[in-house]
Design a protein around this ligand. Structure first.
Ligand code: G
Ligand code: G
Ligand code: MN
Ligand code: NA
Length: 256
């Protein structure tokens, strides 16, 4: 109950912050963008991670307000970096969405506003959805995603392989890339079945003409195997953990 009440105040009290995990080109290691990851600076309990509050926020119907805050903030952040760091002009910022966001009728409008207010090019925005979000009303989800994709926004399926794989209509989904879940990547060396899953997802994305992104890359061996399988982009502690916006800006200044 305390958590619920605290959460209800958190947006107005400006207690949320976004951290930014670099996404890199696996072949060149060039920085190609960032995934935004929300954190909650709780007034008395310290920094909270999504696992501590996203489920509660969903239960009390607050997640869409939080995600829209993250959307606006991430768009503004990348747009402002683009003004300072020329190498950011082609980068993308990823924003995670929840199932409730797709049911909110004002989503497309809010996306348009976030882009207009920040001045960010739609092609620099990447929205991350999960397979499970597409199960309930697939036709409605497809129509919504088509509207989003028509703007040039990149849509990625996050945690791919862990959910209900809607292979029957995956080819109809207006998505741009599959982001293989980190649980498969982390076991790629230890467990041959995981290697096969990661290989199958790479082949699937190739056949569907989608990009393949790997997350949770921690070792050189994982990187080499993923490269060999055709993964173009990735994230993980081998490259960088999620950074504060100040640390991300310092990285950009240093890479410039
Ligand atoms: O931050 P961490 O790296 O612990 O992220 C854990 C999970 O929280 C990720 O799977 C991510 O998809 C989710 N998450 C992170 N930021 C957001 C956000 O702004 N909105 C939603 N809905 N989920 C998020
Ligand atoms: O849910 P999503 O997969 O979008 O969120 C990514 C989560 O994974 C975040 O909690 C992030 O901090 C974490 N993460 C990112 N890179 C790595 C990694 O290389 N190893 C591990 N164990 N966790 C990671
Ligand atoms: Mn994600
Ligand atoms: Na994930």
């Amino acid at each position: 109950l305390h958590l619920e009440n605290d959460l209800r105040q958190a947006i107005a009290a400006e207690e949320f912050v976004l951290h930014y995990q670099p996404t890199v080109d696996l072949n060149t290691r060039a920085l190609v963008g960032f995934e935004s990851l929300i954190r909650w600076q709780h007034p008395t309990q310290g920094l909270k991670f999504p696992a501590d509050f996203i489920t509660t926020a969903e239960e009390i119907g607050l997640i869409t307000a939080i995600d829209l805050w993250a959307l606006q903030t991430a768009c503004q952040q990348l747009a402002s970096w683009q003004q300072v760091f020329p190498q950011c002009s082609q980068m993308k910022v990823g924003v995670n969405l929840s199932a409730q966001d797709l049911k909110y009728g004002g989503l497309v409008n809010e996306i348009d506003q976030a882009l207009a207010q920040s001045g960010l090019n739609p092609t620099c925005l990447m929205l991350e959805i999960t397979e499970s979000m597409l199960v309930e009303d697939a036709e409605a989800a497809i129509r919504l995603l088509e509207q989003i994709k028509a703007r040039g926004i990149h849509i990625s399926i996050d945690d791919f392989g862990t959910g209900y794989s809607s292979l029957s209509y995956l080819h109809r989904l207006p998505v741009d890339s599959l982001k293989v879940d980190r649980s498969f990547v982390s076991q790629i060396e230890a467990d041959p079945r995981n290697y096969q899953i990661v290989e199958t997802i790479a082949a699937l994305s190739q056949q569907l003409g989608l990009g393949a992104i790997a997350e949770g890359i921690e070792t050189h061996t994982q990187l080499q195997r993923l490269q060999r399988l055709g993964y173009q982009l990735g994230q993980g502690y081998l490259f960088s953990r999620a950074l504060t916006s100040e640390a991300a800006a310092a990285l950009l200044a240093q890479e410039g």
